[in-house]
Design a protein around this ligand. Structure first.
Ligand code: GRF
Length: 196
């Protein structure tokens, strides 16, 4: 498995910790578009190879480098764990069914950036998180797992984001586990889980 990160990397850390106890899930490389991403430090501490994508402001070159590296590694699974760039269609198509993403809302509600703030602004009573296969649209691919989180009265953004994050770590590692054990089947827009 290859993990892509842009930031602090708590979801990456959850997967690293999970892999320590798993006989079949292994992170071979962590790739980041941000050279100072905290996630890269977490990977290095765990002894995992890291790659920094060059040319942060040049999307075409950056995506060409990403595709080249992914084709070299040819991983069974690619995990977007807080990777804050849109993955271009060319890469999504090349790895469709092998690329998953974690998002802090109950999709299809509140795709895109600042999903927790979007939920607060809308006034929903329940939000949560989603892990899904990546398709060429933003935050729109077949849903693997979701977890709901109630929005409390007087909820703050930090409090809500922190509570959602705890469940992100749980459903992401569960999805990795299901994928690595060949328990997921994409059937059109739906994902069948062959064993709970
Ligand atoms: C998470 O909320 C994830 O759902 C979103 O970006 C955030 C990344 O957090 N895509 P971290 O870097 O894993 O701590």
């Amino acid at each position: 498995m290859v993990v892509l990160v842009s930031g602090r990397g708590t979801n990456l850390q959850a997967v690293i910790d999970h892999c320590k106890n798993s006989p079949i899930a292994e992170i071979v490389e962590v790739i980041s578009d941000k050279p100072d991403a905290k996630g890269l430090d977490r990977a290095m501490r765990a002894g995992i190879k890291t790659t920094k994508l060059p040319h942060p402001s040049d999307k075409t070159t950056r995506n060409a480098e990403l595709l080249k590296r992914l084709e070299e590694l040819n991983p069974d699974l690619i995990v977007l764990a807080g990777y804050m760039r849109i993955v271009p269609k060319e890469i999504v198509d090349r790895f469709y069914g092998k690329m998953i993403n974690i998002h802090p809302s109950l999709l299809p509600s509140f795709p895109g950036l600042e999903a927790q703030q979007q939920a607060l602004d809308y006034g929903v009573k329940v939000t949560g998180c989603t892990v899904h296969f990546v398709d060429p649209e933003v935050d729109s691919g077949p849903v693997i797992l979701q977890h709901s989180v109630p929005v409390e009265n007087q909820e703050t953004l930090k409090n809500l984001s922190d509570r959602i994050l705890g469940y992100e770590h749980q459903i992401l590692t569960r999805a990795v586990d299901l994928f690595c054990n060949d328990k997921l089947r994409i059937v059109g827009r739906k994902v069948e889980i062959l064993e709970k």
